[in-house]
Design a protein around this ligand. Structure first.
Ligand SMILES: Nc1nc2c(ncn2[C@@H]2O[C@H](COP(=O)(O)OP(=O)(O)OP(=O)(O)O)[C@@H](O)[C@H]2O)c(=O)[nH]1
Length: 292
């Protein structure tokens, strides 16, 4: 899984770890460019909390090390419990903005690696290494907030393997696991980097497509469906192919919560299953549409 900012070619020299508040345990790599923490969607590290200003504070890299500057926030930035205007950051410092506490750490420190491991454990699905359901729900909330603020499209696919129980029954659970892993790899491989790909249930996956309207999402879903049906598995020496059913929905005016979008995609998945499986359904789909 990707950290919030990637390290680039070499090790980045420092990071922040969330010790308290939203996105608990997340690591934010600090590189050469400035990092703005705030409530606005364009902040580099967004914390959606009323007590946090839109652009609350900024961390910059100077020749001598990292510095933090309060950006005239309403409720101030605290460094080791003291309000600051500007200060140098030292290994182990605690930064508090609203109810969020971040720890500044040298990247090489053992503690930073420990937090990273904990974060991976808490957010990744252990079988497929995709985002787990809990992390998916956090990330989709954030994307919905962004899409609503900027009036941008956002779509969701829920992907369910067809007759997966029969694979477990015939070839055994470990073979079923192999299928899930390979499907997960294919989903990630076909998705653009900004798509959020998660395993949200036993044989159920979800993909959030920021900046994609329903028509684009359905076109992508159908490419996925075909690509997955082309995958060949060797299960106990036998060649085997699978199919998937996909429900697609977009974030609409009038939806108020993540659950509304999830329900809309789930309803379409149900239609896809009812319609005979191996198909993509959305509100654009007529009831009698065939898979091909
Ligand atoms: N191997 C393996 N199987 C799993 C895992 N999680 C859930 N399953 C299995 O997934 C199967 C899901 O079966 P059902 O819900 O009946 O669905 P299905 O057979 O795919 O049928 P349809 O969805 O109606 O096409 C069950 O047999 C579960 O035991 C897992 O982590 N590994």
């Amino acid at each position: 899984m990707l950290p919030l900012r990637r390290a680039g070619a070499g090790e980045v020299p420092a990071c922040l770890v969330v010790l308290q508040g939203q996105r608990l345990g997340q690591r934010i790599d600090l590189g050469e460019s400035a990092l703005v923490i705030g409530r606005a969607p364009e902040a580099d590290f967004q914390i959606v909390e009323r007590s946090i200003s839109r652009a609350h504070c900024r961390i910059t890299r100077e020749p001598a090390g990292y510095r933090i500057k309060d950006l005239d926030s309403t409720n101030k930035t605290f460094l080791n419990d003291q309000p600051i205007i500007e200060a140098e950051l030292k290994d182990g410092d605690h930064i508090a903005v609203g109810s969020c506490v971040l720890k500044f750490m040298e990247r090489s420190s053992v503690e930073a690696r420990y937090h990273e491991e904990l974060y991976q454990l808490a957010t990744a699905d252990s079988l497929t290494d995709l985002y787990n359901r809990r992390q998916f729900l956090e990330l989709i909330d954030r994307e919905i907030a962004r899409a609503s603020n900027y009036k941008r499209p956002l779509s969701l696919l829920i992907i369910d393997l067809d007759h997966f129980k029969a694979i477990n029954d015939r070839y055994g659970h470990p073979s079923g696991d192999l299928v899930l892993k390979k499907v997960a790899l294919a989903l990630r491989g076909h998705s653009r980097e900004e798509f959020i790909v998660a395993r949200i249930g036993g044989e159920e996956f979800a993909i959030v497509l920021p900046e994609n309207d329903l028509e684009q999402a359905v076109a992508f879903a159908d490419e996925l469906r075909v690509a997955l049906s082309d995958l060949e598995f060797s299960l106990n020496g036998e060649p085997k192919r699978i199919t998937v059913s996909i429900g697609a929905a977009d974030w609409l005016n009038g939806m108020t919560a993540t659950g509304d979008l999830m329900r809309a995609a789930d309803e379409q998945l149900y239609r896809a299953k009812q319609g005979g499986r191996d198909r993509v359904c959305s509100k654009l789909t007529r009831n009698h549409q065939s898979a091909d």
